[in-house]
Design a protein around this ligand. Structure first.
Ligand SMILES: *Cc1c(COP(=O)(O)O)cnc(C)c1O
Length: 350
């Protein structure tokens, strides 16, 4: 394949979590989707935007997603010039790398966290460094001055669950020569977030997603909050119509229905705490989680065995073959009923 850049020909490509064809017959707890539906107001807004004959679809959507930036800015306490909308937060992660890391330059992230950062860097020809975690949930061997172009910090951490403290994140920002990107995909499920650091520290960017907490993974909506200079750069390199009309309508309705979000997240948090406590009573170790998932280790530390047992009973969870994770499983927190069934099956499997 001589047409291809050598780096692209050689790369493996990211493998997303398994999406079975007969999705309805599974309890699907492998990709941290929300098991509850999105706000009914979102559904109404999509139907209204579509119209009865789809006549809205023949014109392009707003290129800037201007109304969304206003609504998101108001919600989070930022001027719209500090906000950019994205076709899933994956798009904005990609564009941050494209904006900041030239070929041969370095980006870094915590291992384990979201390995897609590495794929995005690979496409760009950037180098990747990873840092492990200490037992007290700090970054191991983080240098006094990190000279790479971007450090991605997933907080709350996925797949493990804990969030980093505000004080610690601020210290990391001071030690980063480049951007510190806080991937706050799961912040809506957490006790607190680190948004205020975007104002306080010149190099902090926060990314958010509507895929998980707002139950809109199928719509592909994310956003970033950063200094206007960074936002302006991201605006230059994104696809100009990056959010379609239906996504824009859905996004406004979703962000405006904070009551629904709060109620949904609080149900999931409650189930998360219940499920974690129940698993501990049957000898599992469960890392305290701030997300809509828990990382759990069975008593025999054989994650693959339990994965297979669940799979054969049509419950899908995430097992990572990575040596630092293969002893356990990441289980998304679904409805209370789904988790009761999952617990019963785990007891059966032993
Ligand atoms: C799911 C996830 C994303 C991707 O979010 P989208 O908005 O669906 O693109 C990004 N980061 C982390 C850590 C995630 O778990």
């Amino acid at each position: 394949m001589t047409y291809l850049r050598p780096g692209i020909a050689a790369m493996k490509g990211y493998v997303p979590g398994f999406q079975p064809d007969d999705i309805a017959s599974w309890i699907k707890l492998n990709t941290n989707e929300n098991s509850y539906p999105p706000s009914p107001k979102v559904v109404e807004a999509i139907i209204k935007e579509l119209g009865t004959d789809g006549s809205s679809l023949h014109t392009y959507p707003s290129a800037s997603s201007g109304m969304l930036r206003e609504v998101a800015g108001k919600l989070y306490g930022f001027d719209p010039s500090w906000v950019i909308m994205a076709n899933g937060s994956d798009e904005v992660l990609n564009n941050l790398i494209r904006a900041c890391a030239a070929e041969g330059e370095e980006i870094a992230f915590v291992h384990p966290s979201y390995s897609y950062y590495a794929t995005l860097a690979e496409i760009q020809g950037a180098r990747v460094r990873t840092y492990g975690l200490t037992d007290d949930f700090r970054i191991a061997n983080f240098p006094d001055r990190y000279e790479g172009k971007i450090f991605f910090l997933t907080t709350p951490n996925a797949p493990l669950g804990p969030a980093f403290s505000l004080e610690y994140i601020e210290e990391l920002a001071q030690r980063c020569a480049g951007l510190l990107v806080l991937d706050e995909t799961y912040a809506d499920f957490a006790d607190r977030d680190a948004l205020e650091l975007v104002k306080k520290m010149g190099n902090v960017v926060v990314t958010r997603s509507l895929s998980k907490s707002y139950a809109l993974a199928g719509m592909r909506i994310g956003l970033a909050i950063a200094r206007p200079g960074v936002i302006a750069a991201l605006d230059k390199i994104r696809d100009h119509y990056n959010l379609d009309r239906l996504a824009q309508a859905a996004c406004v309705a979703a962000l405006l229905d904070q009551d629904y979000l709060r109620e949904c997240c609080s149900k999931i948090r409650k189930t998360r705490e219940w499920f974690s406590a129940e698993l501990r009573t049957i000898g599992y170790s469960v890392i305290p989680s701030q997300g809509n998932y828990v990382f759990v280790t069975p008593p025999d530390r054989n994650g693959a065995r339990v994965y297979d047992g669940l799979y054969s009973r049509k419950i899908l969870v995430r097992h990572f073959s990575d040596p630092v994770l293969c002893h356990g499983l990441r289980i998304s927190i679904g409805t209370q009923q789904q988790m009761e069934r999952t617990l019963a099956v785990l007891k059966e499997i032993g």
